[in-house]
Design a protein around this ligand. Structure first.
Ligand code: IPE
Ligand code: IPE
Ligand code: MG
Length: 601
């Protein structure tokens, strides 16, 4: 354990660095509850320490990358030992353990920065966005986690998640514009080619510090885009006034930075464009008053005893290096049964399950319905184990529909408690399972939402089974929100309605990368889909079984998959065919003799 004086000194150093080198972020951190200030400085100092190593122009690129990698590896060791010889890492380790936040996300952001040590090129905005989000999202998500740990979860409605990500794209774009002079020296224009090519000659002019008509037009256009992206008025709807004040102040600051860029004109090529002191005061003085009031109304939970990991004890954070993790094998079935041999052509990519019959299972035993949901958890474990054993890539489970609110209060509360306990028990901790949640935060208990988000964040890099839990999920709701998001994009001029395709719709669903459902299985005897995955299940093979969900085990899954392998999937053709060759819809049933015809679309 580090000495208290060392820790105090470490946090003081982080504070000095933040205040001296980035007064705007320092002012933003002061809008957080006082208990989180140290954590904010530690995060900022850690990100900046890596950036400094990467940007050190006196050192060759390979050496810079090696130093940054060394720093990240040392952080990994420090997180295990619970202490560090480096003051910034010491503060970060203390923050991670005290607040029990997973800093592996921060590390991912650092690795993206590390790649920036090499020259970057983006063909289009999609590539740029992937890079930008790798940079910005982890840091913002960490701040959200910290607020969650302090008892103020910052959750977005599903349709606002897009606005959030677009807002963060805006953050990155404003940074690009503000620091244009620096970046031109180092990495060139960090913008997509499809955009830059609209301004012939501009890139060359900017690189040679010539403020020509083309260069000015590029900057004006980019400023306009950034202004649109950072203006997301719905983002703070329904948010606690504390974080809402931070988001509002950040938005005002970004817009002021864009004003400064516009005013700077050619000066932008020589130094960073920053808002004046007076402008910053106009933003932060009222924001501080508002935030002080907001936090005075909400008691912030400060963890009383710092939890420190020890070299021998369990880790409190996910391992930092995904590739090096060894996962355990799922426990075998008590009967000793082994999974069937299923060839790749008969293996579904995506199995979705309506876990039905819990209530009736309990009623038949004279138990309250909520006991049925509790019993259903064991079946859920079984199915995840069975899916891992058979090598299924995607499993999606329907746990609670948007219509299930119509049930009695005791049942709903019991079910939510069961799920919260399940997340706390973390039964898949040591298995290669990436957990995701599809559904709507509205009406769900805030701590459950926080746990779901946390689970998503901490298992993000796992590559075995992707298990998506549909909780407070409605298929029509999902599609309606996608339609609203498309309408918003069209209204903002980002999308031409005449060119909206199926992929555009899919992009706006909860998980754009979710493949089509190959096999949809419902237990409990009913033969309907009850608002489950209407977009993804249009060509699913349906499988209905009469047993109640709590009585199910992995052998039922294997049976369902074996039967699926005997189906013929036609996709509208006259004879047996393979799945369409477009991205979603990758799983195929057994091919009939006569070969595979890939129908390119
Ligand atoms: C499925 O079981 C779980 C949920 C809907 C939450 P049910 O609770 O619907 O069980 P039955 O259909 O009433 O037996
Ligand atoms: C669907 O089951 C939802 C889940 C299994 C979570 P329901 O039992 O609620 O469906 P209906 O109402 O019988 O169609
Ligand atoms: Mg039911």
């Amino acid at each position: 354990m580090p000495a208290d004086t060392d820790l105090r000194a470490a946090y003081r150093l982080c504070r000095r660095m933040t205040r001296g080198q980035d007064p705007e972020t320092y002012a933003l951190i002061r809008l957080l509850p006082a208990a989180l200030h140290e954590a904010g400085w530690a995060l900022w100092a850690a990100v900046s320490a890596i950036d400094d190593l990467i940007d050190d122009r006196d050192v060759a690129a390979a050496e810079r990358a090696a130093r940054a990698e060394g720093w990240i590896a040392a952080l990994e060791d420090d997180l295990v030992s619970g202490t560090s010889t480096d003051p910034i890492r010491l503060a970060l380790v203390d923050t991670a353990t005290r607040w029990h936040v997973d800093v592996s996300a921060l590390r991912d952001g650092m690795l993206v920065s590390l790649d920036d040590a090499h020259l970057r090129h983006f063909d289009d905005w999609a590539q740029w966005r992937t890079w930008s989000r790798g940079h910005v999202v982890p840091t913002f998500d960490l701040v959200r986690s910290l607020l969650g740990r302090a008892g103020v979860p910052v959750v977005f409605r599903m349709d606002r998640q897009m606005s959030y990500e677009r807002f963060l794209d805006g953050v990155r774009l404003v940074e690009t514009l503000t620091d244009l002079a620096d970046d031109l020296d180092e990495a060139g224009l960090l913008l997509p080619r499809e955009f830059v090519e609209q301004f012939p000659g501009a890139e060359d002019d900017l690189r040679h510090r010539r403020w020509t008509e083309a260069a000015a037009a590029l900057v004006v256009e980019l400023t306009g885009i950034a202004r649109r992206w950072v203006t997301q008025p719905g983002l703070t709807h329904g948010m606690h006034p504390g974080p809402a004040t931070v988001v509002k102040a950040l938005t005002d600051l970004l817009l002021a930075q864009l004003d400064a860029v516009e005013t700077a004109g050619p000066a932008l090529l020589r130094s960073a464009a920053r808002p004046s002191l007076a402008t910053r005061a106009r933003i932060f003085v009222p924001a501080r008053i508002r935030s002080a009031l907001a936090w005075s109304l909400t008691p912030v939970t400060v963890p009383s005893v710092p939890r420190r990991p020890t070299a021998t004890g369990p880790r409190t954070t996910a391992p930092l290096t995904p590739g090096t993790t060894t996962f355990q094998r799922p426990p075998g079935h008590p009967s000793g049964c082994r999974p069937p041999q299923i060839g790749p052509e008969a293996m579904p990519t995506h199995v979705a399950i309506i876990m039905d019959g819990n209530g009736r299972w309990a009623e038949h035993r004279g138990l309250p319905r909520s006991e049925g949901h509790r019993a259903g958890v064991a079946a859920l474990h079984e199915i995840v184990y069975g899916a891992l054993e058979i090598g299924l890539p995607h499993l999606t489970l329907y746990a609670f529909s948007t219509e299930n609110w119509r049930r009695g209060m005791a049942e709903v509360t019991g079910l939510m408690d069961t799920l919260q306990k399940e997340l706390a028990d973390d039964p898949f901790r040591d298995l290669d399972v990436r957990m995701r949640w599809s559904g709507h935060p509205e009406k769900l208990p805030a701590d459950l939402v926080e746990s779901l988000r946390h689970k998503e964040a901490t298992t993000r890099t796992r590559t075995g089974l992707t298990c998506t839990l549909c909780l407070n999920y409605g298929g029509r709701d999902e599609i309606t929100r996608a339609a609203a998001a498309l309408a918003r994009a069209a209204k903002a001029g980002d999308l031409d309605p005449d060119f909206i395709g199926e992929d555009d719709v899919a992009r706006h669903l909860s998980f754009p990368d979710m493949p089509s459902v190959d096999l949809l299985w419902r237990t409990g005897g009913e033969q309907r889909t009850s608002n489950f995955l209407p977009w993804h299940a249009t060509y699913a093979e349906l499988h209905f079984t009469s047993g109640y969900w709590p009585d199910v085990d992995r052998r039922d899954l294997w049976r369902a998959i074996t039967e699926y392998g005997n189906r013929q999937r036609r996709y509208g053709t006259a004879g047996p065919r393979s799945a369409p060759a477009t991205g979603r819809g990758t799983g195929a049933g057994r091919q009939a003799a006569g070969g595979v015809i890939n129908r390119a679309q």
